[in-house]
Design a protein around this ligand. Structure first.
Ligand code: NAI
Ligand code: A1CAB
Length: 270
């Protein structure tokens, strides 16, 4: 039986997964096949890992692999499925990392085992969580193989598909959300003081990195961290109180918009 793993779409995520699976040793070079609309970027990977295969097209990749990971954007998924399904026997494991379509659509399109995996860019540094939702046809051995693969680049959390969108907001989208909030802190400091953008930016970045390191090293909860920094009657307390009053409706609206966007992607089938 063919045991090669295929990655279709060598963009931000596809390249991160290919690099991570190879660097961690989760896949041997000979076990990986990659294809994409343009193979230029993947050719650089093959220079470093000469044993990998670059397939000329998606159907060619599908014919070689028993595990196929779709790493294209939601609007491109259907076209890729149309190309690969005729080339698959029907027992290969199809894994989609796209925000859409949902498992039901994938399951209706393809008779074999199907899984949705939602990685995070943080797996590029080994610190991301991949959310995994398997459909009912996926057998334990197949589920475990996929989870082992993604565990090599970070942690894996199984979620029911009904919670995948909400969990994606936190883990998959989270790095961008935290970066956007940090950027707003930077802008507020520049608007409200004589700090230069460069100085405020450096402080925000160091504080962000330091906060993550502190949480990790001490195991402190977010709530306790707030208590440790916010001296009673001090300046942090004033800022935290402002955030606790004004942020919940902002974040509720953000969450709602993100889930609505996710639902729209799902209803277009991508
Ligand atoms: N960027 C992120 O942090 C995350 C993205 N995702 C999902 O991952 C998927 C990919 O996202 P990115 O890597 O950010 O996008 P991207 O645009 O960087 O990469 C997509 C790649 O697919 C290739 N492609 C497009 N059509 C193709 C086709 N017909 N055949 C073969 N290759 C094709 C493109 O050339 C490109 O290299 C999306 O569906 C997204 O929902 C999931 C979790 C996190
Ligand atoms: O923004 C997106 O749609 C993708 C899914 C999770 C992170 N990036």
């Amino acid at each position: 039986m063919n045991r090669q793993t295929g990655i279709i779409g060598y963009g931000h995520m596809g390249s991160m997964l290919a690099e991570g699976f190879l660097a961690s040793g989760a896949l041997e070079q000979e076990e990986l096949v990659v294809t994409s609309r343009s193979l230029t970027a993947a050719e650089a990977l093959r220079t470093r890992y000469p044993g990998i295969t670059l397939a000329a097209d998606n159907a060619g990749l599908a014919r070689r692999c028993d595990l196929v990971v779709l790493c294209v954007r939601p609007p491109d998924v259907q076209r890729v499925l149309d190309e690969i399904i005729p080339a698959l026997r029907g027992d290969e494991h199809l894994v989609s990392i796209a925000a859409a379509p949902d498992l039901k659509t994938l399951e209706d399109a393809y008779p074999g085992p199907v899984t949705r995996a939602m990685p995070s860019i943080l797996s590029e540094v080994g610190r991301g969580t991949t959310l995994i939702a398997h459909e009912s046809r996926t057998r334990t051995t197949e589920a475990e193989r996929v989870e082992r693969l993604f565990s090599a680049i970070g942690s894996v959390v199984r979620v029911g598909e009904e919670n995948l969108a909400a969990a994606t907001v936190i883990s998959g989208c989270g790095p961008a959300l935290i970066a956007a909030i940090s950027e707003e802190l930077l802008h507020a400091a520049v608007r409200g003081s004589d700090l230069t953008r460069e100085d405020a930016g450096r402080l925000v970045r160091e504080t962000l990195i330091g906060t993550a390191a502190y949480l990790e090293a001490t195991g402190t909860s977010l709530e306790d961290l707030i208590r440790r920094v916010a001296t009673p009657g001090g300046i942090t307390e004033a800022g935290v109180a402002a955030l606790q009053t004004d942020l919940p409706p902002v974040l509720d609206a953000m969450f709602e918009r993100m889930l609505a966007r996710n639902a729209a992607l799902l209803s277009f089938g991508g």
